[in-house]
Design a protein around this ligand. Structure first.
Ligand SMILES: Cc1cc2nc3c(=O)[nH]c(=O)nc-3n(C[C@H](O)[C@H](O)[C@H](O)COP(=O)(O)O)c2cc1C
Length: 172
């Protein structure tokens, strides 16, 4: 049975090349953040903060400061998902919360015809420091992932990924 949401999930792919141009619109950016904030969180804690970027110069600086983040230089837009771990009920659960949030944002980009790449900040100290310095993220807030977004200049590889052998029915 065809289902638009499932089709969207199955056709999303990471995009690292973007067409030159200005930042995405405020409307498109708001839709990304709204989708992020709609994701599920443990204890409904919603421990996130977002830094939205719609500025080519800032993206250039991020690309220069963070190893392996060249995609940032090719677009003017990104969303940095950050976590506020203070007061959490289960230590470290914010990683799962922010991961679900990141996936929602990637899907919301895809739904708007935009491309996106999840650039890991969490556990990559050099990238975390660059975010703190360039974007002013204070302690104890933790930069989790930077999702660079723009107009796609490549198509992802839509190979079949379903592996029936990995599915254990009723028990392993
Ligand atoms: C936790 C996580 C960290 C990632 N970090 C990076 C990264 O630092 N740089 C990058 O180019 N892609 C990164 N990616 C994107 C993956 O490389 C990509 O999702 C994977 O190759 C599968 O491709 P797909 O997204 O097109 O399905 C990351 C993805 C996840 C989920």
């Amino acid at each position: 049975m065809k289902n638009p949401l499932i089709d969207s999930i199955l056709t999303r792919r990471t995009i690292r090349k973007f067409k030159a141009g200005g930042p995405i619109s405020d409307e498109a950016m708001d839709a990304l953040v709204q989708a992020g904030m709609a994701s599920p969180t443990g204890f409904d804690a919603r421990p996130w903060h977002f830094v939205t970027i719609q500025d080519a110069e800032i993206m250039q600086k991020l690309a220069a400061a963070m190893p392996g983040c060249d995609s940032c230089a090719l677009t003017a837009s990104a969303v940095l998902i950050c976590a506020d771990p203070t007061g959490e009920k289960l230590p470290g659960i914010w990683v799962q919360d922010c991961s679900a949030c990141a996936q929602n944002i990637q899907l919301a980009a895809h739904a708007q015809g935009l491309g996106a790449v999840w650039l890991a900040m969490y556990m990559v100290e050099e990238r975390i420091q660059a975010c703190r310095q360039l974007l002013g993220v204070p302690e104890p807030i933790i930069p989790f992932t930077l999702i660079a977004v723009g107009v796609p200049d490549e198509t992802g590889n839509l190979m079949e990924r379903y592996i029936p052998e990995r599915v254990h029915r009723n028990r392993w």
